[in-house]
Design a protein around this ligand. Structure first.
Ligand code: NDP
Length: 399
């Protein structure tokens, strides 16, 4: 029996609220708080449960967060606002003695820069306060880290290569839309790519490397090498890994729009003056693009995300391993009113919170998900709508 505050009432926040509400034995009281309270009220109304209340907070402000936490006295905060708010929320957790979980690593607003150093720097403070912070508990980062930990625990004596493969084979019928917050999404994709090889990070131009990969239940899709934040913690926590990469599928139509957006300066994250007002072009673009939360109704097809790993098995023989989940946009929408990208992020966030609150993932400090026992998490993941599958010793397509 515990009280949680969910901060953020977007696509992911909606799924987290739906999923927590399905487990009153764990989440006995739920507070949904965000910048725009009416969005929290809408979620609470659709859930219509007596144990859910809403509140307003600007999570960029530590004093406002402290007031919020003092008003509700939660055990755990599930941060599904934007990555910009991670540090203010962690600061408020330390002041009020609240445990912490998020789905994306901190990014400064004025620089698209992904690394854990800012949040790992809180490790000692959380340890001293006897508080747990669980970082990156969505799908990727999140389940991909747990999949890797599961592979290490049950299959490998030494993992040597890791390729995280993320395919969205869905069709929402729009010429261009992003599947989660457009500002965060476009910042991520337009960055240089980066992958890990023998202790070094190799930088590539944005979307420079691509190859055709075959996804189960989907078929072949062009997949592009990106930098993704979980690579940083996974190569640190599994030091036998010699090469780690991340691949994501994009359609030609999407890439053409993205190129135009960049070429005309609409992906800029610095301020420009327009009619005497300072605006950030990418933030303006977000305001005119389709809202990711409204894509669900006509979304068909599925996502397929997983880890392809090679190395030595427990007996020292070479082996390959592929662990993945496929999630249907239609099924996700039927259950929560949100599409599969929000669903595959929100379900693991709820499961991570459940792991913490039931004592299975509880230790003082700041941790990435792969530092906990993967077994109870994956059991609950499958039980809560995200079944996973394993393929042993087949061609990984990953030379
Ligand atoms: P949305 O943009 O749909 O929702 C973000 C929510 O946060 C909105 O309700 C917004 O409020 C709120 N918010 C923004 N700034 C503040 C603030 N200063 N104070 C309080 N609330 C604020 O995003 P998504 O739901 O798509 O994504 C949520 C998070 O999930 C992001 O951090 C994203 O990076 C992460 N994510 C992680 C994935 C993973 O697999 N690990 C995959 C997909 C997303 P308002 O409505 O007022 O703007």
């Amino acid at each position: 029996m515990a009280k949680v505050i969910i901060i953020g009432a977007g696509g992911v926040g909606t799924v987290v609220a739906y999923k927590c509400a399905q487990h009153p034995e764990v989440f006995s009281e739920i507070v949904i708080a965000s910048r725009t309270k009416s969005k929290c009220d809408k979620i609470a109304k659709s859930l219509n449960k007596p144990n859910i209340v809403t509140d307003a907070v600007d999570a960029d402000s530590v004093p406002q967060l402290v007031e919020l936490f003092n008003r509700h006295k939660p055990d755990l905060v599930i941060n599904v606002a934007l990555p910009y708010q991670d540090l203010t929320i962690m600061d408020a957790c330390l002041i009020c003695g609240v445990h912490y979980l998020d789905t994306a690593n901190y990014e400064p607003k004025d620089e698209a820069h992904f690394e854990y150093s800012w949040q790992w720097a809180y490790r000692e403070k959380f340890e001293k306060a006897g508080l747990t912070a669980i970082l990156g508990c969505g799908f990727d980062p999140g389940v991909t880290g747990v999949f890797t930990a599961y592979a290490a625990k049950h299959h490998f004596s030494a993992m040597e290569t890791l390729d995280i493969v993320d395919c969205n084979a869905g069709d929402h019928g729009k010429a261009f839309a992003t599947n989660f917050n457009p500002e965060i999404n476009i910042r991520e994709i337009t960055q240089n790519g980066r992958y890990y090889r023998e202790g070094e990070w190799i930088v590539t131009k944005p979307l420079e490397y691509h190859r055709t990969l075959t996804y189960p239940g989907v078929g072949p899709r062009e997949s592009y090498l990106l930098y993704h934040e979980e690579l940083e913690s996974l190569v640190k926590n599994f030091p036998t890994i010699k090469r780690a990469r991340f691949w994501m599928t994009f359609g030609q139509e999407y890439l053409t729009h993205l190129r135009v957006i960049q070429n005309i300066g609409m992906a800029r994250i610095d301020e420009v003056e327009y009619n005497g007002v300072k605006i950030v072009p990418l933030q303006f673009l977000k305001a005119v693009l389709p809202n990711p939360q409204e894509l669900g109704e006509n979304y068909h097809g599925q996502t397929s995300i997983g880890c392809r790993i090679s190395g030595l098995d427990k007996e020292g023989r070479e082996m390959t391993y592929y662990i993945y989940n496929n999630c249907s946009h239609e099924e996700a929408y039927k259950e929560t009113g949100m599409q599969a990208v929000s669903y595959t992020t929100g379900v693991p966030a709820m499961v991570g919170a459940m792991m913490f609150l039931t004592g299975k993932w509880r230790k003082a400090g700041v941790y990435n998900v792969e530092e906990f026992d993967p077994d109870p998490f994956l059991e609950q993941l499958a039980a809560n709508g995200l079944a996973w599958h394993e393929i042993l010793n087949e061609n990984l397509e990953m030379d």
